[in-house]
Design a protein around this ligand. Structure first.
Ligand code: SF4
Length: 78
């Protein structure tokens, strides 16, 4: 079974996971935190994060992380 079939965000407005604007602005951070809260209840968050870390850089919140956070994780892994 594909992990996406168990995604905790199914049925959630996808736009929640793609905050627009500077990552340091309050509205963007609030939106990211709301998306991360959904990820925090997701049964496949680990698989989702692994996918996002191994994909080409992808925007948005995946596996409870933003692309900025994943970039830092990739640097630490390298
Ligand atoms: S970790 Fe977040 S973005 Fe990934 S499938 Fe789960 S809810 Fe969706």
């Amino acid at each position: 079974m594909n992990w996406r079939e168990s995604a905790g965000c199914r049925g959630t407005d996808p736009e929640l996971f793609f905050p627009v604007g500077s990552s340091t602005s309050l509205p963007t951070r609030v939106q990211s935190d709301e998306a991360k809260a959904v990820c925090g209840r997701c049964p496949v968050a680990r698989q989702c994060l692994d996918w996002a870390l191994n994909a080409e850089p992808v925007e948005g919140v995946w596996g409870g992380t933003t692309e900025t956070e994943r970039r830092a994780m990739r640097r630490r892994r390298a």
